[in-house]
Ligand binder design. Structure first.
Ligand code: ZN
Ligand code: ZN
Length: 252
């Protein structure tokens, strides 16, 4: 009985890992191709090829850790029944998706600020910031302990909000894809991220890698705006990048 449950757990982790790896590689390759139609944010800087290789290798490891956390959360919810009962109907699915976005954004913002403090930065988060000019492959390049801080949401989400596994997976894949785009180094946004839109742009996280102590959120800009941690030039630089992108032609 216990052995069968453990096999179920390992199967769930393996399936999630395969899906996350595939999403990572496909999104990185697609966005790298689409970069040709967007505008480079740090125009005078190039990312060393050794840095890209480092980020690719580390991401393969980090995605396994995320798969383990998401898989354990899924297993404890479906097998052990640890979690809140999902909301009924299509409205409940939509509401739980939005609630998960909002909750994870708050989780990420505050823990991200915590690991930027003097005591934690060097041993937890510095690895991710060795890339000052990020590329799509940089999204999942971080240390194990960094992952335990920022990504443990996927382990406990079912205990925090009433959400079905399918909707939680949908949120994770949204997070995975937008995270890769957010590290691409090229502004891909449109009117939907025109300031003061609450949705983050690529410029938002690119500034985080350049200036370190600003723009901590992952899905929305509202925590950064409310807490005064949005970079003072965020809106003006984003508008300039969106203008440059729009001038590149109708393909975009
Ligand atoms: Zn950071
Ligand atoms: Zn980053």
């Amino acid at each position: 009985m216990i052995l069968a449950q453990l096999i179920d757990l390992l199967r769930a982790i393996a399936a999630i890992y395969a899906a996350l790896l595939a999403t990572y590689f496909v999104t990185c390759l697609a966005i790298t191709r689409l970069n040709r139609q967007a505008c480079k944010i740090q125009r005078s800087r190039q990312t060393p090829i050794a840095q890209i290789r480092r980020d690719q290798k580390q991401s393969v490891f980090s995605l396994a850790v995320i798969a383990a956390m998401l898989g354990c959360g899924h297993w404890s919810y479906t097998i052990l029944g640890w979690g809140l009962r999902p909301l009924p109907g299509v409205g409940g699915l939509a509401l739980s998706f939005v609630a998960s976005l909002v909750l994870f954004d708050a989780w990420f913002y505050w823990l991200h600020r915590l690991i930027h403090t003097r005591f934690l930065y060097r041993c937890v988060h510095r690895w991710h910031h060795l890339t000052v000019t990020p590329v799509a492959w940089s999204n999942n390049s971080d240390r194990l302990i960094d992952n335990l801080f920022l990504q443990s949401y996927w382990l406990v989400a079912h205990m925090l909000i009433p959400i079905t596994p399918a909707v939680l997976f949908a949120h994770k894949f949204y997070d995975q894809i937008t995270g890769v785009i957010g590290h691409s180094g090229f502004e891909h946004g449109g009117r939907w991220c025109w300031p003061p839109s609450p949705l983050v742009s690529v410029t938002h996280h690119d500034q985080h890698h350049r200036f370190f102590r600003c723009n901590y959120a992952t899905h929305f800009t509202w925590w950064d705006r409310m807490m005064g941690t949005l970079h003072p030039d965020h809106d003006s630089e984003l508008k300039a990048n969106l203008f440059r992108r729009a001038r590149r032609g109708p393909k975009q």
